[in-house]
Design a protein around this ligand. Structure first.
Ligand SMILES: Nc1ccn([C@@H]2O[C@H](COP(=O)(O)OP(=O)(O)OP(=O)(O)O)[C@@H](O)[C@H]2O)c(=O)n1
Ligand SMILES: O=C(CO)[C@H](O)[C@H](O)COP(=O)(O)O
Length: 425
């Protein structure tokens, strides 16, 4: 089995070379939040929670289709969300009166795919619509294990001890916490296992059951492989979880960036150094040569962009990002930052002296579209370059802080700080 590195789409694709589809049950009312709006439709930064969950799956190229099960009264709302946020792999089907009924409707829909290019999946991933933080490397492990074992699911250590009570409200017995785990999502099944489990299970399972892995065991004799997942898999259940989800969404968006190298050796080296440096900061970086073909998936993520340019005509590379964002026509509801890191050789004129009007115009037009362009010009010295770039942080969506100090004499720090300010567009 290959190892899927963090956010490495190519290794994930190499691992998951079979058709995978997703069912997102989203037919609940979210009673426990105490809100009128079902939690999956609560909005953060102008985008409903369910759209973040869909986007997480949609950005993985090896996911072929997604079925969302929603209550009939929310069908129009869901259709509107699919159109407004340009979800391309998604189809909405009517949910049921319980979670199992909603999931079952989704699985049935996968068997009746209308698009000829999308065949019946080998593996079906089931994931609650209200768990927006699903990571590709973990999902890849679930999909692989599901294909090999028939079923697989995420687990987490228990936070509290589980006890059984008597009907009078006294302690009956308690479970040994170390032996038990909390069952979380995502879960994966071969299409055959999950569809047979739902064909064979009882009305009581449909009405009161809470565990798909249990259905696979009881009705298909399939023992699921259990894999410990990250803490971010938690389910939005109470009102306070909505606030927590919002703050994670904001933080994730501002700490994720796509580095575009143009395939040039200096730029690739710089991007690799940057990836090493930010690894410890829990910042996610995707490094791609351009935004063409498969790499266009980066445009769907609402991440920030770092264009590393080496050549003279590099402004066109920043323009290309803007054109690509324009073509994608995604809803830019919060600022996206494009940082242009320009390597200048010592004999070159500074960017600001060569093309001041073009750069300023580009930046001010982009600003109207909620895209903030920042430029950093780096002079050749390799030693300086690495210390400089390795301390580049993206804070929030609107500020960039360059912290300099490690391995750089303080006089140089001051000099570079001045340079940075003067090269911000
Ligand atoms: N009839 C139902 C009930 C639940 N779900 C979905 O199952 C997931 C997990 O369920 P839960 O957190 O219990 O959601 P709700 O049932 O909406 O919440 P509550 O129990 O507080 O009403 C959610 O995405 C929810 O929309 C569903 O598709 N159909
Ligand atoms: O974690 C899960 C176990 O498979 C499900 O998400 C959970 O059962 C759904 O939860 P609820 O009972 O809150 O509807």
């Amino acid at each position: 089995m290959c190892e899927a590195g963090k956010s490495d789409h190519h290794s994930a694709e190499r691992c998951v070379d079979f058709p995978v589809s997703v069912v997102l049950p989203a037919g609940g009312t979210g009673e426990r939040t105490g809100l009128q709006t079902p939690k999956q439709f609560c909005t953060f930064l102008g985008r409903p929670l369910i759209s973040y969950t869909i986007q997480a799956f949609e950005s993985m190229p090896w996911i072929q289709s997604i079925v969302v099960a929603v209550a009939k009264e929310n069908m129009d709302l869901m259709t509107d969300i699919i159109q407004r946020f340009k979800h391309r792999k998604v189809r909405a089907v009517p949910g049921g009166s319980t979670r199992h009924r909603s999931i079952c409707n989704g699985v049935l829909a996968l068997g009746e795919e209308e698009r000829p290019a999308v065949g019946r999946p080998k593996v079906v991933i089931i994931h609650d619509a209200v768990r927006p933080f699903v990571e590709e490397d973990f999902l890849c492990k679930i999909a692989m294990a599901a294909k090999e074992q028939g079923a697989a699911g995420a687990i987490r250590p228990l936070v509290s001890t589980v006890i059984a009570t008597t009907s009078e409200g006294y302690l009956d017995h308690s479970l040994e916490r170390a032996k038990y785990r909390a069952s979380e999502m995502p879960q994966g099944f071969t299409y055959d296992v999950i569809s047979q489990a739902y064909q064979r299970c009882s009305e009581s399972d449909f009405e009161f059951g809470t565990e798909c892995l249990h259905l696979a065991l009881q009705y298909c004799g399939t023992n699921a492989k259990l894999i410990e997942g990250p803490p971010t898999l938690w389910k939005v259940t109470y009102k306070r979880d909505l606030a927590a989800a919002e703050s994670i969404i904001k933080e994730t968006l501002s700490r994720s960036a796509c580095v575009i190298t143009g395939g040039l050796a200096e730029a690739v080296n710089l991007a690799d150094a940057l990836r090493k440096a930010v690894g410890a900061l829990d910042m996610e970086l995707d490094i791609v040569p351009d935004l063409m073909g498969d790499n266009a998936r980066c445009l769907l993520k609402e991440w920030n962009f770092i264009q590393v340019s080496v050549s003279h005509s590099c402004l066109s590379e920043v323009e290309a990002i803007l054109v690509a964002l324009e073509a994608e026509n995604r809803a830019l509801l919060h600022p996206v930052v494009v940082i242009w890191v320009h390597f200048s050789r010592t004999d070159e004129l500074p960017v600001s002296e060569r093309a001041p009007t073009a750069i300023t115009e580009l930046a001010s037009t982009a600003k109207h579209r909620n895209i903030l362009i920042y430029g950093i010009q780096l002079k050749q010295s390799k030693v300086m370059l690495l210390s400089y770039i390795s301390h580049l942080y993206i804070l929030g969506c609107t500020h960039i802080l360059i912290c300099i100090g490690i391995n750089v004499p303080s006089s140089a720090t001051k000099r570079m700080d001045r340079n940075f300010k003067s090269s911000v567009i």
